[in-house]
Ligand binder design. Structure first.
Ligand SMILES: O=P(O)(O)O[C@H]1O[C@H](CO)[C@@H](O)[C@H]1O
Ligand SMILES: O=c1cc[nH]c(=O)[nH]1
Length: 251
């Protein structure tokens, strides 16, 4: 008997292609850098913003699926991946810092997100918290420490646009409340993951510093490009090592 498995409409994957863990970058191009850390890499699908690969990291099967820009497409990815059996998902994204002293390439391990996006609001009342799975966050913290990454643990703000008239004022407001950085997908990933029983975490690589003094900016930008690339490598490795820890703790 031939068993037909359902292909998800956006990610174009079925449960025959799945893995228990998935990295969720926004940018499809980031998959090539992820692939260099995996063995037996298979290209799976590429539909719209959703590009996917599968491979192994220290024997643990892992997928990477890009989610594009914004909470709406990230929520679709979490939904469809959970339907094909993915149990742990870590967003590996880029962010702008909202706190002085967070440098290019520093990581933010997000322990909660301000829900300034539309996607998470369409799911559930805004009093529902956008938080990661505690165990997976701890695994990310332990992995970052073991790798020697510069990592800050704290709150991110997820938004829907860079280009609104009040952008600067809004960033200053949330900076004043102790928020560390801004991205566009973390809140949607946390809320949909929480509602669907998926363990999620989010690791953000700083690509824009916050209101640094000019001399500090000049010093950091001389080495800016390579610092950001190192940050991206570090977030990928931190997430992969966290999945190994999750796999060990569950077996
Ligand atoms: O680098 P990624 O993961 O795409 O993340 C950030 O970059 C994009 C904006 O430039 C948004 O998706 C934002 O969240
Ligand atoms: O400043 C930034 C950089 C990346 N992503 C954001 O959401 N903001």
């Amino acid at each position: 008997m031939v068993v037909l498995t359902e292909i998800m409409p956006h990610i174009r994957l079925s449960d025959s292609q799945t893995a228990p863990y998935a990295l969720l970058p926004g940018d499809p191009a980031r998959l090539d850098r992820i692939a260099s850390h995996l063995t037996n890499v298979e290209q799976l699908a590429y539909n719209r913003e959703y590009r996917s690969i599968k491979g192994f990291y220290h024997g643990v099967p892992v997928m990477a699926v890009s989610t594009g820009i914004g909470g709406a497409s990230a929520a679709i990815a979490v939904e469809e991946l959970s339907r094909i059996g993915v149990r742990g998902m870590i967003r590996i994204g880029s962010c702008g810092a909202l706190k002085k002293g967070i440098r290019l390439g520093d990581l933010i391990l997000v322990n909660g997100a301000v829900r300034d996006d539309g996607a998470s609001s369409s799911y559930v009342d805004s009093r529902y918290p956008a938080i990661p799975d505690t165990g997976l966050l701890i695994a990310c913290m332990e992995s970052a420490r073991a790798l020697g990454a510069t990592a800050h643990v704290g709150i991110a703000r997820s938004h829907d646009s860079f280009y609104i008239d009040e952008e600067e004022k809004i960033c200053a407001y949330w900076s004043g409340k102790g928020v560390l950085g801004s991205d566009m997908e973390t809140a949607a990933v946390f809320v949909t993951g929480g509602l669907r029983g998926v363990k999620t975490a989010s690791i953000l690589n700083t690509v824009v510093e916050f209101e640094e003094e000019l001399t500090e900016q000049i010093n950091s930008y001389t080495d800016g490009e390579s610092a950001m690339m190192r940050g991206e490598q570090m977030e990928i490795l931190t997430a992969l090592e966290a999945f190994v820890r999750m796999d060990q703790s569950e077996s």
